[in-house]
Design a binder for this molecule. Structure first.
Ligand code: ATR
Length: 276
């Protein structure tokens, strides 16, 4: 079978092998999908070895997405270029290609949750790599307004400028500020901070959530995250964690490699069961 892998450090807990094996079963494609733990200073070498040994495709996870971007510099998709990071690598005619499917993964999941971003007012919390990866796709999907807030307001402004520079025609719908300036009401509030890895949610003011609003945490966990709990207290109608985004980005990588779009729903269901 063709060989694929997720490469990261740490990588032990990655769900990608399970997801891609399920997709393979579902679509009748034979594949092998491993985990590769690359040394922190040995990413490029590990990638070269994998493809030299006949590997077909790699998913890239922390902390290597920016390095993967640099490696595939000559053949990047528009999405990867805008995100400044790569999570999907493959070879075409002997050349390394890179794409970033995290943003489309989020879009797939928002649609699945019946909160397609088109025409919506969206608050994006956070201004690191995770936020950058989804800001362009959200704007591109036609949201009415995207406001970026961050604990360090200056980083939110920097991200706004970066995004606006790449997408001048959409710059008018984009603004940025501090957490305290989050305003509202919003249709969708997305947590792209790493705060859920700790126990405290980002320090967001009340009054953010409009009627029927969705609070979405890009992190996933067996139980509702601190951000999701805060959102419920503050009146969000619906909350979701990022497990669906994980499956969505995997589905988009699978489609790049195999030319077939798998069905997210059964795999998401199985993953949720495993988490509980
Ligand atoms: P990533 O690539 O996961 O986005 P990052 O670039 O380190 O990682 O960015 C982390 C993001 O989470 C930042 O927006 C950070 O805010 P600062 O720019 O002010 O550091 C945000 N963050 C982390 N912990 C947070 C917390 N407890 N409350 C609010 N924001 C937090």
């Amino acid at each position: 079978p063709k060989r694929y892998a997720v490469i990261g450090n740490p990588v032990e807990h990655s769900r990608s092998p399970f997801i891609h094996e399920q997709f393979g079963r579902q679509t009748g494609l034979a594949l092998r999908y491993d985990k590769i733990k690359a040394p922190l200073d040995g990413f490029a070498g590990a990638v070269a070895d994998f493809f030299a040994q006949g590997g077909h495709g790699l998913n890239v996870t922390v902390p290597f997405k920016e390095e993967a971007f640099a490696l595939a510099q000559a053949h990047l998709s528009e999405r990867a270029r805008l995100a400044g990071a790569v999570n999907t690598l493959w070879m075409e005619q002997g050349r390394l290609h890179g794409c970033n499917t995290d943003g489309v993964g989020l879009l797939h999941d928002l649609r699945r949750l019946s909160h397609a971003p088109a025409g919506k007012n969206i608050l994006l919390v956070g201004a690191g790599g995770a936020a950058r990866g989804v800001a362009f796709p959200l704007l591109d999907a036609g949201c009415a307004r995207l406001h970026i807030v961050n604990r360090t307001a200056q980083r939110a402004q920097q991200l706004r400028q970066q995004v606006a520079g790449h997408m001048p025609r959409l710059a008018a719908s984009l603004s940025a500020g501090s957490l305290a300036e989050a305003g509202g009401p919003w249709d969708i509030v997305i947590n792209a901070t790493s705060s859920s890895l700790g126990q405290t949610p980002p320090d967001l003011p009340a009054g953010l959530y409009g009627p029927g609003a969705l609070a979405y945490d890009m992190v996933y966990a067996p139980r509702p995250t601190p951000f999701m709990e805060q959102a419920r207290r503050q009146g969000a109608r619906q909350t979701a964690d990022g497990l669906g985004m994980l499956v969505g980005q995997a589905a988009a990588s699978f489609a790049i490699w195999h030319g077939v779009s798998p069905d997210m729903e059964p795999v998401l269901h199985a993953l949720r069961q495993q988490l509980l």
